[in-house]
Design a protein around this ligand. Structure first.
Ligand code: SF4
Ligand code: SF4
Length: 388
């Protein structure tokens, strides 16, 4: 990661075709001197993909296997040793990972290219004195073992952080349910954003390539709709790439909590601070892009109100998860992943104790059936109108 490097390469790419993506990436990497600038022969190169959950590539929740294969082949050509890995939502176990690798197409990439999928479930504790919030970090060993990390986020919306991206993708460096602990301990979106920044800075991905060929809009990161954006982005600076992605989907950078918090910490956070290369973003911007409302404005209001009023405000204004018993198959994924453990099985479907809900939306994020939606109370919608 080079935080002084403000360059973001933007490239049009209209199909998930390995050879086409490879050619486009080769050309896009030229300003840095090609993939060889990042990968030296014999190095262990982790492709940190987004494998949130076991969804097929066409469900646009995970990094597309064609992008992963194209990057794999580039790294192989530079004689790097590729490992594909992520810690998905839920417990970090072999059974879950097997399902995720198969369904997301990662198993196919490994078979086609002969590279390794990560099966190491170990964790390591690392001091992080530079962190704003996390002074120590528990990282997946697969992250710690890599000589080079290539960060491959999927371009998607997110109910809590509005967008996922280069910075948020590194949250998957935290193994399994420890992610839920971080959610539980950092309920304020600004604190949580700073946690994400601490993790991105500590793990320092060398190169970030965003898969925005087909992205997700609306109720991301798993329940939204696909949108053709026909875009790949490259940068050695994950903060810079997130600024460009926000511009691509026409969301103001300061409306994305991770970008706002990054700016407050001296990282690039404004369009005029980055250097855009390649295809002009205007040529790739969609006519419409549905971004989710997020609730952090309500949190600010709470700070200025007496406790009992704040509790009422919280109930009246905050979005909340709604579980549809007609769609729910009682798989239990949300129960296992809910940080405060407040979801219980009912005779039909499940129910959450909303008074204890921290609004992390992990339940919505991980529900395989889209049985969880986010309901935004009318008063909240009126007071905090969606701003782009
Ligand atoms: S709401 Fe979704 S994740 Fe939760 S039990 Fe039902 S189907 Fe599974
Ligand atoms: S019910 Fe859903 S949104 Fe609420 S704390 Fe649990 S996982 Fe998070």
């Amino acid at each position: 990661m080079n935080l002084q490097d403000k360059r973001v390469m933007v490239m049009r790419c209209e199909r998930y075709e390995v050879n086409m993506i490879k050619t486009i990436l080769q050309e896009g990497l030229q300003p840095w001197g090609g993939i060889e600038h990042f990968v030296k022969p014999g190095q262990r190169v982790l492709l940190k993909v987004n494998l949130l959950m076991a969804k097929k590539p066409e469900e646009v929740t995970t990094t597309h296997p064609a992008v992963v294969q194209a990057v794999t082949e580039l790294v192989q050509a530079a004689q790097g040793q590729v490992v594909i890995g992520d810690s998905p939502g839920g417990p970090f176990t072999k059974a879950l990972l097997q399902r995720v690798y198969r369904r997301t197409g990662m198993e196919g990439v490994a078979n086609a290219t002969g590279v390794e999928l990560n099966w190491d479930f170990g964790a390591v504790e690392r001091p992080n004195p530079e962190g704003k919030i996390l002074k120590t970090l528990t990282l997946g060993k697969f992250i710690d073992d890599a000589d080079v990390i290539i960060n491959l986020p999927k371009l998607k919306t997110h109910g809590m952080t509005k967008m996922t991206g280069g910075v948020k993708n590194m949250f998957g460096a935290i193994p399994g349910l420890i992610k839920a602990e971080y959610h539980l301990n950092m309920q304020d979106i600004n604190d949580f954003s700073n946690v994400l920044i601490d993790i991105a800075l500590a793990t320092a991905p060398d190169l970030t390539i965003t898969d925005g060929i087909i992205g997700m809009e609306g109720e991301g990161p798993s329940g939204g709709k696909s949108i053709e954006l026909n875009t790949l982005l490259i940068s050695s600076n994950p903060f810079a790439i997130d600024v460009a992605v926000a511009e691509l989907v026409k969301i103001k950078q300061d409306k994305i909590p991770t970008i706002k918090a990054a700016g407050e910490r001296g990282q690039v956070a404004l369009l005029n601070e980055i250097e855009l290369l390649g295809t002009p973003l205007q040529e790739l911007q969609p006519t419409e892009f549905a971004s989710p409302d997020i609730s952090y404005s309500a949190k600010l209001l709470e700070r200025f109100l007496p406790n009992f009023v704040a509790q009422w405000v919280t109930r009246a204004l905050k979005p909340k998860p709604i579980f549809d018993p007609e769609i729910c198959i009682q798989c239990g994924d949300c129960i296992r992943s809910c940080p405060p453990q407040i979801i219980t099985r009912m005779e039909k479907g499940v129910k959450a104790d909303l008074d204890k809900c921290i609004r992390c939306f992990c339940c919505q994020e991980l529900c395989p059936k889209k049985a969880v939606s986010i309901q935004r109370p009318l008063l909240g919608r009126l007071l905090f109108r969606k701003q782009k």
